[in-house]
Design a binder for this molecule. Sequence first.
Ligand code: TYM
Length: 329
Amino acid sequence: MPRVLSCIQPTGSVHLGNHLGALINWVAGQHEGNVFHGIVDLHALTVLDRPNVIGEQTIELAAMLFAVGLDPDVATVFVQSHIHEHSELSWLMECTVSFGELSRMTQYKDKAAKREGDFVSAGLFTYPALMAADILLYDADEVPVGDDQRQHVEITRDIAQRFNNRFGDTFVVPRAVHPKAGARVMDLQDPTSKMSKSAVSDAGLVYMLDDNATIERKFKRAVTDSDGEVRYDRELKPGVSNLLDILSACTGTPTEQLASRYTQYGPLKKDTGDAVIAVVEPIRTRYHGLMADKGELARLLRIGNDRAREVAAATLARAHRNIGLLPRV
Ligand code: TYM
């Protein structure tokens, strides 16, 4: 069984891009691998500037992960800050990656540009080192992520290889796994940008906790184009292709097959909204049920944290040993 690891940040509500690009695949993969899924609250600190919000967001995200179908008996769901090995290995990663490599990360460039004139933390820059630590601590073979994280998994591979060359075989070199449909869910109002919590407006973002009427409205108003032809072409028809991708990810039907069923945008928008509601509605119900029992959620996280901790501690000890740090007596 492959060892699988992937993580998500507790920055606000989970959206359809997270779900179709990542969570659906986490759930599908939980019986085919030994899976670890982290709620990476330390990553969220790169842009956090208010007290007393991150803890609540962490528990909400935990409820969402169990609501989408992660089974605590098979999937190890943990909280990054509860496992101090992440911060400790992160430093070793920072010393293994170069300033130049970090400077080339497109996510950093985009995020820093968006915060123009605002505070850009050093953590935003060194973020891929922490992400490499997340992955390498668990000896992950596979990392299922959306397309936007591709470059971060690539740099993790480079870091692992460099560390292994310097200090001897220490880390498993992981590979990214991307979903066939849903790898890049775009904003419904701006289909050339990915659906993201950092969008200027919520109109093009579908949240897992949006009610049915809101979801219907967002799809009805989705930006398409003026030529009126339903065809899959990401370059020339980004809006229509995004709808086809979403419908495909929700129904399992290939995009080309779906495209041939429609001659107008209206029915495509309606069916895509309905398909999303069919996926999201039962998840929303389970989510509210779970949030009503915070004690149980805390118990489930404790189980995940204990399992994760065991693996993480062994890997960090191996890294220390291979570097040759003086053992603590
Ligand atoms: P995050 O929290 O932004 O997103 C979580 C997952 O959702 C995917 N995703 C998308 N997929 C398709 N279309 C979209 N519009 C879309 N938006 C988000 C992301 O690709 C991701 O799989 N750096 C990571 C978190 C992280 C991580 C890790 C991931 C930290 N350590 C270790 C994997 C392994 C991030 O910010 O994801």
